[in-house]
Design a protein around this ligand. Structure first.
Ligand SMILES: [Zn+2]
Length: 165
């Protein structure tokens, strides 16, 4: 599998899932737990598994606020994945949540597949951003954190270091 994107999830529960259905889970102490090997495709989404590295934050982030420690752990996990896989486009795709995808309806028949492919196939996004996904994952609070700060911090951190090849 050549990774094209990182998809961020929450586990929606407070204990580590076993078996771990993601590639990585970041716990409340910011520690990273490895699940499915990155050489394998997960079943963590309905339509967007191929080419995706799945990183989940332990917890349910629909209404709760995440600690700085766990935020830092998530930033590190994203940056490490970017440095490990230069094939992942370093773009924040959290600015286009599924709920706002109606703008795609204004594109022409020729433009639409291109826009959808671009949306689907690259960058760092939330589970709910994936085409055909009907989910609240990774939770509104975490979604907004990623959109506004965490993904940009992770990209800047990755850009400040050499890739791990
Ligand atoms: Zn998810």
């Amino acid at each position: 599998m050549t990774p094209r994107r990182i998809i961020i999830h929450h586990t929606a529960g407070n204990s580590l899932p076993n078996p771990n259905p993601y590639h990585f889970v970041v716990d409340f102490d910011g520690r990273v737990h490895t699940g499915i090997p990155v050489t394998q495709t997960t079943g963590a989404t309905r339509n967007n598994n191929e080419g995706s590295i799945m990183i989940a934050a332990l917890g349910n982030w629909v209404t709760e606020n995440m600690s700085t420690t766990q935020q830092n752990g998530l930033v590190n996990a994203i940056a490490n994945t970017l440095n490990r896989f230069p094939s992942i486009v370093r773009q924040n795709r959290f600015n286009l949540p599924a709920s706002q995808m109606h703008h795609l309806g204004q594109l022409s028949r020729q433009e639409l597949p291109v826009a959808q492919r671009r949306h689907q196939n690259s960058g760092i996004k939330g589970h709910e951003d994936g085409l055909g996904e009907a989910t609240l994952c990774p939770g509104a609070r975490l979604y907004n954190l990623c959109r506004d700060t965490l993904v940009i911090r992770a990209i800047n951190l990755a850009n400040s270091r050499p890739n791990l090849q």
